[in-house]
Design a protein around this ligand. Structure first.
Ligand SMILES: Nc1ncnc2c1ncn2[C@@H]1O[C@H](COP(=O)(O)OP(=O)(O)OP(=O)(O)O)[C@@H](O)[C@H]1O
Ligand SMILES: [Mg+2]
Length: 299
């Protein structure tokens, strides 16, 4: 282990989903996550990218312990949280928060948004009086770029971008050390996406929390993430610093993803060569090998 304890360590994580017939016999098994290992350092952003169904959200849910792994281990700030029960998880949940793609579905439509943001402060008994919570909510609203007077309103009175700001304020309320963000800008207008990405970056600079950032848009990942892990069919096929990954992608799947990115320069865009890769399930015996310092490729 490094001198600094990682905020998150995931070790050979596995989650299989099985469907059974009416006799209880297993008929189908989805290897959603099939032996995934990575770490996230304090204050670091690790991007998780890959095609739809590659196991990104399942990985996020396992890390948050919203789902139980079939195998493997999850450590948070050095503590093994793989098998903690609901009561034991409470203390961990305070330090590990989530921002979802669609904040609307996670906000109670009948609750004023200020109360929604104050709720974790109350349930974790961080601030005991309503006046203190009110004050903190106003600060949080300001911090995410919302008028504190909006706290009195209901979710439907906001735009998508504003709702995502509310979702971020709610995650920030308890001062977490890790935020798992699952496609937090995918549902937003393109014009709003950059604002929200910038907000994530500013908040990290100021507050120093780590992010596990699940995303589709590679341009955004390149801009936001310190390191990137590329997932394919439940496995990580490549993991590297952002510079390494975009300068020297090694796995053909990563090369195909990067070659599909539009280039903002029209001349270079015209000359851009697409690399196609027929996705195949990585062989079970394949292991990540370090090809240069900090750059791992499944082979
Ligand atoms: N509760 C579940 N029951 C059965 N199968 C599931 C369940 N949750 C996920 N899966 C399957 O596991 C695989 C991985 O799904 P997951 O949602 O993690 O992918 P993803 O990478 O987040 O995809 P997307 O980019 O579309 O969000 C998929 O094949 C999915 O159908
Ligand atoms: Mg997903």
């Amino acid at each position: 282990m490094n001198a600094v304890t990682p905020v998150l360590e995931v070790d050979e994580l596995v989650r299989h989903f099985t469907t059974k017939d009416f006799l209880g016999r297993e008929v189908h098994r989805v290897r959603a996550v099939d032996g995934v290992s990575f770490t996230v350092a304090p204050g670091e952003t690790l991007g998780l990218v890959g095609e739809s169904g590659s196991g990104k959200s399942t990985t996020g849910r396992l890390v948050l312990r919203l789902d139980d792994p079939t195998e493997g281990r999850i450590r948070f700030e050095g503590q093994d949280i793989t098998h903690l029960n609901a009561a034991q998880l409470l203390a961990v949940r305070r330090k590990m928060q989530v921002v979802f793609q669609d904040p609307f579905s996670s906000l109670n439509p009948r609750m004023r948004v200020g109360d929604a943001v104050a709720e974790p402060l109350k349930s974790h008994r961080i601030l005991k009086t309503a006046a203190e919570r009110h004050e903190r909510v106003a600060q949080l609203f300001q911090r995410v770029g919302l008028d504190p007077r909006f706290a009195e309103r209901f979710p439907h009175q906001f735009s998508g971008g504003q709702r995502q700001r509310i979702g971020i304020a709610r995650a920030l309320a308890v001062s977490p050390r890790l935020i798992v963000a699952d496609e937090p800008i995918t549902a937003l207008d393109v014009s709003i996406q950059a604002q929200i990405v910038n907000l994530f970056m500013d908040l990290q600079q100021e507050l120093g929390m780590a992010y596990l950032f699940i995303a589709h848009d590679l341009a955004m990942v390149r801009f936001l993430c310190h390191r990137v892990a590329v997932m394919l069919r439940g496995r990580i096929v490549e993991m590297a610093t952002t510079e390494q990954l975009f300068a020297h992608p090694r796995h053909p799947y990563t090369q195909a993803l990067i070659s599909a990115m539009p280039i903002p320069d029209p001349d270079r865009e015209l000359a851009r060569q697409r690399i196609f890769y027929e996705a195949v399930t990585p062989p079970r015996e394949a292991r990540l090998a370090e090809v240069e310092k900090g750059h791992w490729v499944l082979a």
